[in-house]
Design a protein around this ligand. Structure first.
Ligand SMILES: [Zn+2]
Length: 279
């Protein structure tokens, strides 16, 4: 999966430090990110020195550390791209080559959107201030404390003996086969989310929920939690046509989707294909 990095983990602990010239900068502008593509298509982020050769910008904000490099968010107006760099759409960047840079971009994008959406206090409208000890915004007027928003959601692989339920979304750019998915609602456990989403999307009852793994998915600010479960009773599918364009049972030996090394959904399909899902 995208977050499985060969050198270890993204070090997300908060630090209150300033950017140095060699630090890497995540610079977002209108849904795009500033990067360079090498001749082998490998991605590179600019350093502070490359972006701010002539003037010191508004202080970049520290976000995380990876492979012994510190990453910062650009907070100034969009710079003129340095030689060899250009802006590219941030949401689509999920290539296996430069996996670490793609994960940094999607995680930085999550934080960028959160900072941008909370410049003012939602309770009283006062400009918020950055806390110095943790990743938190605080309202100096009413004391409102705002922490990064992470939305829990489920990915559900419904099994029926040797068959797996695959579906396709309705009305979305993503047209490949998917597992069922949905956000947790207020007042329910994550297990109840699984039962509700499966019933809403395909009209099936399920049992024997088995948790598999989770995946941070910064594109949409999610923490995805993957579950396998068995159909309980009738396996007749009734799709919610506002959510799905199709859903059907596919045999383990002939699944029309394969692991892309990036998403939890596709890893779960591959694990079922290999007969290694938790039982
Ligand atoms: Zn306030």
């Amino acid at each position: 999966m995208l977050q499985d990095l060969d050198f270890g983990r993204l070090e997300n602990e908060f630090r209150n430090i300033n950017a140095e010239p060699d630090d890497l900068i995540l610079c977002f502008h209108q849904g795009q990110v500033l990067l360079s593509r090498g001749s082998d298509d490998a991605l590179t982020l600019p350093t502070l020195a490359q972006l701010a050769a002539e003037k010191m910008p508004a202080a970049p904000r520290y976000v995380f550390r990876m492979r012994e490099r510190d990453y910062f968010l650009w907070t100034d107006a969009a710079p003129v791209p340095p030689e060899g760099f250009g802006f590219e759409p941030a949401r689509q960047l999920r290539q296996l080559k430069s996996k670490d840079i793609c994960f940094a971009i999607l995680t930085g994008w999550h934080l960028y959107n959160w900072y941008r959406a909370n410049r003012l206090c939602g309770c009283c409208g006062t400009p918020t201030e950055h806390d110095s000890k943790e990743r938190m915004l605080r309202c100096p007027n009413c004391g409102n404390m705002i922490f990064p928003r992470i939305s829990p959601a489920v990915i559900v692989a419904v099994t029926n003996g040797d068959r797996l339920l695959l579906s396709k979304y309705a009305g979305r750019a993503y047209t490949r086969y998917a597992l069922l998915a949905g956000y947790a609602e207020i007042g329910e456990t994550i297990e109840q989310t699984v039962h509700r989403e499966v019933m809403e999307e395909v009209g099936l009852r399920v049992k024997n929920l088995r948790y598999y793994k989770s995946q941070p998915w910064g594109v949409d600010g999610n923490l995805l939690m993957g579950f396998y479960c068995d159909v309980d009773g009738s396996d007749a599918i009734h799709i919610d046509e506002t959510e799905l364009s199709m859903a059907d049972w596919y045999p383990r030996s002939a699944l029309p989707a394969h692991d892309d090394g990036i998403s939890l959904t596709r890893e779960m399909i591959r694990v079922f294909e290999e007969g290694k899902e938790p039982t």
